[in-house]
Ligand binder design. Structure first.
Ligand code: PEP
Ligand code: MN
Length: 350
């Protein structure tokens, strides 16, 4: 519910990563409102990984949000991370709040926000972004703290999960985590954030389509009147007109529940298989390093004792998890075969 009315589906929230100036905020909002967007987002307090970056305009920006509301009729939303933010946002009449990924990972901060909302008698929607780390319990815990403080209009935002190293995505989607959240809390709306997952504007459309296909309840997409000059997250922001184009190209499939479920499950299988390949690749890399070590220390490639120990421990672990130990032995022996082959390659290298 927003302004006493149920939200239209899918819920579309858009606006700049950060409110930078009054002009940029109002111009972006007007562009979005002209394209029918009803809920405006803008970060006023920006949690930055390192000091020295643009940390948001602070309370001054709340005045700009008021103007957005007056001049466009849009509902407004911003990110809060402390009691002071909550108090200022409530006092300024912000319609909806969200909790950022760095904050939802911190139970102390979540409790402080929940207490501040309770003390302020807040009855507005609060969306909780997934914590930066892939921890479903932490995400649910953050939601529970708000629920226990009396907040009933709760929603979740899937913004992806941090990962070390270079990846296609800025934050890995790990779709199985929001899907498990849906299974655990079926009535909780889940909104997808393709901007922070993709980190680049080309990925906004395909990720949005994927989220719609998977039955998410809405999208939160960063939009800026001049994305290339944005003070934060410029690579992932789109203009209001591009946003409109993307939203108009999304296909809403009318599939039966059963095929929808099958699709979700297949997507999980695809993702798990990708993870499997990545894990195998990491294992092979370590095997090659072991090969190098053995070579330098004139040790043989194969050490039977170690091999038997691996087989035995993994087979019993698999059995404990309900898989057959025979299956695990078969899988391990082909993995081991490839490890040995890779080590021999290292041995043969001059
Ligand atoms: C944001 O929405 O601009 C933001 C800071 O997002 P996140 O908490 O997902 O990094
Ligand atoms: Mn951002």
């Amino acid at each position: 519910m927003l302004g006493g009315k149920p939200l239209e589906h899918p819920i579309i929230i858009s606006g700049p990563c950060s409110a930078e100036t009054e002009e940029q905020t109002i111009e972006t909002a007007k562009g979005l409102a002209a394209n029918g967007i009803k809920i405006f987002r803008a970060g006023i307090w920006k949690p930055r990984t390192k000091p020295g970056g643009f940390e948001g305009v602070g309370e001054e920006g709340l005045e700009w949000l008021k103007k957005v509301k007056e001049q466009t009729g849009m509902f407004t939303s911003t990110e809060v991370a402390t009691r002071a933010h909550v108090e200022a946002a409530l006092a300024a009449g912000v319609d909806m709040l969200w909790i950022g990924a760095r904050t939802s990972a911190n139970p102390f901060a979540m409790q402080e926000i929940a207490d501040a909302l309770k003390d302020g008698g807040a009855d507005i929607p609060v969306l909780v972004k997934n914590p930066v780390n892939p921890d479903l319990e932490l995400w649910i815990g953050a939601l529970e703290r708000l629920y226990n403080a009396g907040i009933r209009q709760l929603g979740a935002i899937h913004r992806g999960f941090s990962a070390y190293g270079k990846h296609l995505y800025r934050n890995l989607p790990q779709w199985h985590i929001p899907i498990e959240l849906r299974r655990r809390l079926p009535s909780l709306p889940i909104i997808h954030d393709p901007s922070h997952i993709g980190g680049k504007r080309e990925l906004v459309a395909p990720l949005s389509q994927q989220a719609i296909d998977m039955g998410f309840d809405g999208l939160i997409i960063e939009s800026h009147c001049d994305p290339d000059c944005a003070w934060s997250d410029k690579a992932q922001q789109v203009t209001p007109d591009v946003l409109n184009y993307i939203l108009n190209t999304l296909v809403y499939r009318d599939e039966k529940q059963s095929t929808e479920n099958l699709k979700i499950l297949r997507q999980q299988i695809d993702e798990l298989d990708n993870e499997l390949v990545e894990v195998l690749n990491k294992r092979m890399r370590v095997a090659r390093e072991i090969g190098q070590y053995k070579k330098e220390h004139r040790m043989p490639v194969l050490q039977i004792g170690r091999h038997d120990e691996i087989m035995q421990s993994r087979a019993s672990l698999a059995e404990e998890m309900g898989m057959s130990s025979e299956f695990m032995r078969t899988v391990l022996s082909v993995i081991h075969e490839e490890s040995v082959r890779q080590q021999i390659e290292v041995f043969n290298k001059r």
